[in-house]
Design a protein around this ligand. Structure first.
Ligand code: DGL
Length: 271
């Protein structure tokens, strides 16, 4: 019988953004097998109603659960903000979201306690980051900005395109006016825009991304639960599944993520 530690970790997102999280997890936990689901047929989630996000999340989760994973990482801020409690109620395996580690990392970085957050409409509407940051530090000031055009730009591969820079200038101006010293990239697609964001925000603003803070959180939590695969000799694999055309997904991954993974497989989700 396979003991739980040998089972893969499931990870899901609406598209390829969550691979930034998978990549970081693979870096710090190289012995773990990862099963990734990108719901590319229905991306973006961030413009949808909370009830729709929850319904999609339940289907994504069920797909990973049927593949016998030992834990699931919600590599999507939108889903973490709206669906985490529902998923935790339904499933007994550990389910880890990206909001808590991102909020914690922002507070560790900020010196003036003025923190900006960018994310999808749904993430910003949820106020999940404000709640999480203020629960840890009542003196913090949190300034949020929905940045819905960024996900389509990433899915298009326009990471450093002049249009992307112009859009970022517009989105970040009100946050920079507030003299933030830390900016949470509150969407797992945004680490792919880090260079462009840095160019617009300047060196004085620390960037916190969901990917690296979440990967450290996964290492810590699964470690505490005794679920890390410490004995495996071989390097773990990343097995990706998508709900839309696989070839386009694979070529974007090759071009922008530099992650070594098996070719992705198109699947239909259980409803
Ligand atoms: N990558 C996702 C997030 O972290 C979702 C983007 C979207 O589908 O709108 O919010």
């Amino acid at each position: 019988m396979t003991s739980n530690v040998q089972l893969p970790i499931g990870i899901f997102d609406s598209g390829l953004g969550g691979l930034t999280v998978a990549g970081e997890i693979h870096k710090i936990l190289p012995r773990e097998d990862l099963v990734y689901l990108g719901d590319t047929a229905r991306v973006p989630y961030g413009t949808k109603a909370p009830s729709t996000v929850i319904r999609f999340a339940l289907e994504d989760m069920e797909f990973l659960h049927q593949r016998s994973v030992k834990a699931v990482v919600i590599a999507c801020n939108t889903v973490s903000a709206w669906a985490l409690p529902t998923l935790e109620q339904k499933y007994s395996i550990p389910i880890l979201g990206v909001i808590e580690p991102g909020a914690q990392a922002a507070l560790e970085q900020s010196k003036n306690h003025r923190i900006g957050v960018i994310g999808t409409h749904a993430t910003i509407k949820s106020q999940a980051y404000e709640r999480s940051i203020l629960a840890r530090d009542l003196n913090a000031r949190v300034f949020c900005q929905a940045t819905p055009l960024l996900v389509p730009l990433v899915e298009e591969g326009w990471m450093e395109h002049p249009v992307t820079l112009a859009v970022l200038k517009d989105y970040l101006a009100p946050l920079l006016e507030q003299e933030i010293d830390t900016l949470v990239l509150g969407c797992t697609h945004y680490p792919l825009l880090k260079k462009a964001v840095r160019q617009v925000a300047g060196k004085g603003v620390a960037l916190v991304d969901s990917a690296s803070s979440c990967a450290r959180f996964v290492q810590e939590r699964l470690g505490c639960l005794g679920l890390l695969n410490t004995r495996r000799k071989r390097t773990g694999t990343i097995h990706p599944f998508v709900t839309d055309e696989a070839a386009r997904f694979d070529s974007l991954v090759r071009e922008f993520l530099g992650i070594k993974m098996e070719p992705s497989q198109k699947v239909t989700l259980p409803s």
